[in-house]
Ligand binder design. Structure first.
Ligand SMILES: Nc1ncnc2c1ncn2[C@@H]1O[C@H](COP(=O)(O)OP(=O)(O)OP(=O)(O)O)[C@@H](O)[C@H]1O
Ligand SMILES: [Mg+2]
Length: 250
């Protein structure tokens, strides 16, 4: 399995520049998109008795909603720069919460998720940002397992499809790994997965991992990727406390 740290100053610079561009684009697109959505719903009401035309309007509405998701994610990606750190009593509880968000989708796809907390404890992070970042990683893991099942059929596997392991070293580091038994990442894509808008999914925005990257960098942490034929593992490490003596802890 290949093992690679994703943190790189050039990438961070590139992300900041792209973030600024995304912010101005998002702003320009949002207003007309809002009107389109409104007019489209009105149109759908009027077309209630004409199924063929209603179908066309629904397709337009779907496209509008996808665009809206791209915009919402872009804005979030940009807003991520300054984490508001607060004391979070239990890292484990934060993981439980975010897994609850993805569980309905995972269950409907038949993907199992296991959470293991090697050592729980207090952390000092922006809970909203970290929850979002880890949710993006777990969502990708679930989607990768689903993609593999579609490709290979649902053969029996031992253990959970997605395994999350959390470990808090008090006042030093909080490490979370998310390992999946999914399709894996092609070697030629590995350097691009954190780029904004890089996606191989039909309805993807390609912003999930760029949000992960900017959140982790803003927390002074690292993210590593290991991937191969047997799936993918992301390892996120952030300082568990924000005091000066532990800022650089890894
Ligand atoms: N766990 C994983 N296994 C396999 N491929 C992955 C995994 N995580 C990410 N990828 C690849 O990296 C790409 C970028 O991921 P990212 O989360 O940034 O965007 P996305 O998932 O395509 O779109 P969105 O997050 O908006 O749904 C994915 O399209 C996929 O090809
Ligand atoms: Mg994603």
């Amino acid at each position: 399995m290949e093992h690679q740290s994703a943190i790189d100053p050039e990438r961070t610079k590139r992300l900041i520049a792209m973030g600024e561009m995304a912010a101005s684009l998002a702003h320009e697109i949002r207003n007309p998109l809002g009107s389109m959505e409104l007019f489209c719903s009105l149109l759908k009401k009027d077309l209630g008795t004409q199924p063929d035309l209603l179908y066309l309007a629904e397709q337009i509405h779907k496209g509008i909603r996808t665009l809206d998701r791209v915009i919402a994610n872009s804005l979030q990606f940009v807003r991520n720069s300054a984490p508001q750190r607060k004391r979070v009593e239990s890292a484990r509880a934060l993981i439980d919460e975010l897994v609850e968000d993805v569980l309905p989708r995972a269950q409907s796809l038949g993907v199992s998720i296991e959470i293991q907390s090697l050592s729980d404890g207090e952390i000092n992070v922006d809970a909203f940002q970290m929850r979002q970042a880890l949710l993006n990683i777990v969502t990708n893991a679930v989607e990768a397992v689903d993609e593999r099942r579609r490709r290979d059929g649902s053969g029996a596997t031992s253990g959970a499809d997605v395994q999350i392991v959390s470990r808090v070293v008090p006042t030093s580091v909080w490490q979370v790994s998310v390992a999946d038994k999914g399709v894996g990442i092609h070697p030629e894509d590995e350097s691009r997965i954190f780029d904004p808008f890089f996606t191989k999914k039909e309805r993807g925005t390609g912003l999930g991992l760029s949000i992960v990257y900017s959140v982790v960098v803003a927390h002074g942490g690292t993210v590593e990727v290991e991937t191969g034929g047997e799936g993918t593992k992301f390892v996120v490490s952030v300082p568990a406390a924000s005091g000066p003596e532990v800022q650089g802890a890894r």
